[in-house]
Design a protein around this ligand. Structure first.
Ligand code: FES
Ligand SMILES: [Fe+2]
Length: 363
């Protein structure tokens, strides 16, 4: 009798695959240009044709491994291709299939079209680029396991402010930093936000949402000073979505501000935190020279504590504790992640394990 086929054990600490990841703001990839970015420890070429169509493929030439991103985009009437800088093989931007091997003579029967570099589905949404990273890029059939993420409409068509901060450490810890309420008064001590002495008891209502959970719309905390700048009868709603996206929607009677924060895994053990703001409020554009440095400081504080934490994690492998309600959202994240891995392993659809709940903490 044949032994049952053993499924490889999923690594629960690695960033999830078969997922859309935020790659960068659209403005990082200019028309006619390519950039190289390591995502989930894979070399990814992000490019854009002169017509503005974005594309993504593995940044390794199938011939002899030169980085395709150092080549150029060719748009000579046929389907646009990327030309490798080494021997000039041309890979179609739409699917990574090789269209030309310039050194072959007309008598060659070599199956050029069988050569390809894996290409990644890419989606452009309100000035942000998202790339789908399949579990197995060689066997991937080109159709993502889930639809590309969307952002709420009726704000600005692209981010009006953006900060990216590199960090180190386990991907999960970086993501947990997005949903962790208890760090705020300690890590982000500054006049425009709050201090530990201001701490108040909070009661927050949560519900499940697509790929995550949402803190229902509510008036912002009285000790969140930054909100006062916006004025009016404010509400804020905070959503978390797998793999590592936090979306805060702040509204008053007239305006909407959207804060989008994404954790992108880069080389193993490193990631970057990108925060972007969208708004339809002219005052905020005027205030940008003041708010931009504050935003940089704020995000820099997150990057710094994660790097410091990682010095201990990497060296001494301590056990992490998730304690009571202040750490409940961290537990939810880990639960969501486990469910995604189990659902993929069992070849069934993802079932959100989060249920409505009210949580309490002091921040
Ligand atoms: S390495 Fe790319 S064409 Fe040879
Ligand atoms: Fe933070």
């Amino acid at each position: 009798m044949n032994a049952p086929i053993q499924k490889p054990k999923a690594d629960h600490t690695a960033p999830l695959t078969d997922m859309w990841y935020f790659a960068c703001p659209s403005s990082d990839v200019k028309p006619g240009k390519m950039i190289r970015k390591i995502m989930l420890d894979r070399p990814v070429l992000l490019g854009r044709t002169s017509q503005g169509v974005a594309f993504a493929m593995r940044d390794v030439c199938p011939h002899r491994a030169a980085p395709l991103s150092s080549g150029r985009i060719i748009e000579d009437g046929a389907a646009p291709t990327v030309q490798c800088p080494y021997h000039g093989w041309q890979m179609q931007t739409k699917d990574g299939v090789c269209a030309k091997i310039p050194a072959l003579t007309g008598t060659s029967n070599f199956p050029v079209e069988k050569m390809r570099t894996p290409s990644y589905p890419i989606n452009e949404e309100k000035g942000t680029l998202w790339v789908y990273i399949p579990e197995d890029e060689k066997r991937f059939d080109g159709s993502p396991a889930l639809p590309a993420p969307t952002l709420p409409t009726a704000v600005s068509t692209r981010p009006k402010m953006r900060v990216t901060v590199p960090t180190e450490g386990p991907y999960d810890e970086a993501v947990i930093g997005l949903v962790d309420p208890a760090h705020t008064p300690f890590v982000h001590q500054q006049w425009f936000w709050r201090t530990p002495g201001d701490a108040q008891e909070k009661v927050k209502n949560y519900e499940p949402c697509e790929m995550g959970f949402r803190m229902k719309a509510h008036p912002p905390s009285a000790n969140g000073r930054a909100y006062k700048l916006i004025g009016g009868a404010l509400t804020t709603e905070i959503e978390f979505r797998l793999p590592g996206t936090r979306l805060e929607t702040i509204r008053n009677e007239k305006h909407t501000i959207l804060g989008l924060t994404c954790i992108t895994p880069l080389e193993a053990g490193t990631s970057e935190i990108t925060q972007m703001f969208f708004w339809d409020m002219p005052l905020l554009s005027v205030l940008r020279p003041i708010t931009y440095p504050l935003m940089k400081t704020f995000l820099g504080q997150d990057g710094k504590i994660l790097r410091e934490q990682n010095e201990n994690i990497a060296r001494y492998r301590p056990t992490m504790m998730y304690v009571e309600e202040p750490d409940e959202l961290a537990k939810w994240y880990l639960k969501l992640k486990r469910e995604w891995l189990t659902a993929r392993g069992d070849e069934r659809s993802f079932e959100n394990p989060i249920t409505e709940a009210t949580l309490h903490w002091k921040t």
